[in-house]
Design a protein around this ligand. Structure first.
Ligand SMILES: NC(=O)c1ccc[n+]([C@@H]2O[C@H](COP(=O)([O-])OP(=O)(O)OC[C@H]3O[C@@H](n4cnc5c(N)ncnc54)[C@H](OP(=O)(O)O)[C@@H]3O)[C@@H](O)[C@H]2O)c1
Length: 261
């Protein structure tokens, strides 16, 4: 069985930069905010739950880092626009963008049971929210002539199993949006990559999946365990740093070997 990540690698080139992490208020996003801050990045922490956002900001500040609360509903363009103005005024325009906000039901359901509301909600929460963040924050990266973006897909967008079709389609859309943008803006010095996790234990997933089921799931992963939020944070930092300077348009499966491509 592989060992979980215990230490986030240090990337000195990230120090002093400003990052926006949507969905930074909990789970994978919160772990990534903490890892960025430990690397000297100033972090704008987004989510909708202000108490959860404030808790992440306070943890970062308690460790000597710089962070601000950036509450917004990323599925609303006007809300994301207002966040962009607030963050840029307070910390400066972010050059590291991590549109991670998303989620929704990951329980597979027959196609015939997907309602119009399920469909629209999955697309809004995962794909449209990513588009809105890129739309509002990208102009500053283009003006600067540099930066890095890491988007958030899912194994559900890589394989036709284990997730509802609407969620899978939304996450596959994030992968293709990432590739289009990477191809279009590479010459501006901006890299755009995507992370595609599977079975990451967060507070939410740990509470939802009973321990016996977790044990059963482990057997489906060549590395013999489930993922940790820090596994995803470590991949995100690599893709943001100059250590991955020759990588753009890629989808990195942080999936314990469950997805291989
Ligand atoms: N955990 C996994 O196994 C797994 C696997 C594959 C992909 N992912 C993806 O990874 C990302 C994070 O997942 P997680 O498991 O860490 O989930 P989580 O613990 O439920 O956290 C979801 C985060 O997204 C935020 N969010 C959701 N909709 C939002 C919106 N419209 N506007 C602003 N923020 C919003 C939530 O903020 P509030 O709660 O403050 O509203 C929260 O911070 C998601 O995109 C998910 O699809 C997760």
């Amino acid at each position: 069985m592989s060992t979980p990540v215990s230490l986030i690698s240090t990337y000195p080139d990230l120090r002093g930069k400003v990052a926006l992490v949507t969905g930074g208020s909990r789970g994978i996003g919160a772990a990534t905010c903490m890892a960025l801050a430990r690397n000297g990045v100033k972090v704008a922490v987004n989510g909708r739950d202000e108490a959860a956002i404030d808790a992440v900001v306070a943890s970062i500040q308690a460790q000597g880092g710089t962070a601000m609360a950036a509450p917004a509903d990323c599925s609303s363009l006007s809300s994301v626009r207002a966040m962009q103005e607030n963050v840029s005024a307070a910390l400066g325009a972010p050059e590291l963008l991590l549109p991670f906000a998303g989620g929704g039901s990951s329980k597979p359901m027959p196609f015939s049971e997907i309602s119009e509301q399920d469909w629209r909600s999955s697309l809004d929460q995962n794909l449209t929210s990513t588009f809105f963040v890129l739309k509002c924050f990208l102009p500053a990266l283009l003006a600067r002539g540099g930066g890095a973006i890491v988007t958030m897909a899912s194994a559900g967008g890589r394989m036709a199993a284990g997730a509802p079709a609407a969620y899978g389609a939304a996450k596959a859309g994030v992968i293709m949006l990432t590739r289009h943008l990477a191809a279009e803006i590479g010459a501006s010095g901006i890299r755009v990559n995507c992370i595609s996790p599977s079975a990451i234990l967060t507070e939410r997933t740990a509470a939802r999946i009973p321990p016996e089921r977790q044990e059963h799931m482990r057997a489906g992963f060549p590395l013999g365990r489930l993922g940790q939020t820090e596994d995803v944070a470590a991949a995100a930092l690599f893709l943001l740093s100059s250590a991955s300077a020759w990588i753009t348009g890629a989808t990195l499966d942080v999936a314990g070997g469950r997805v291989m491509s």
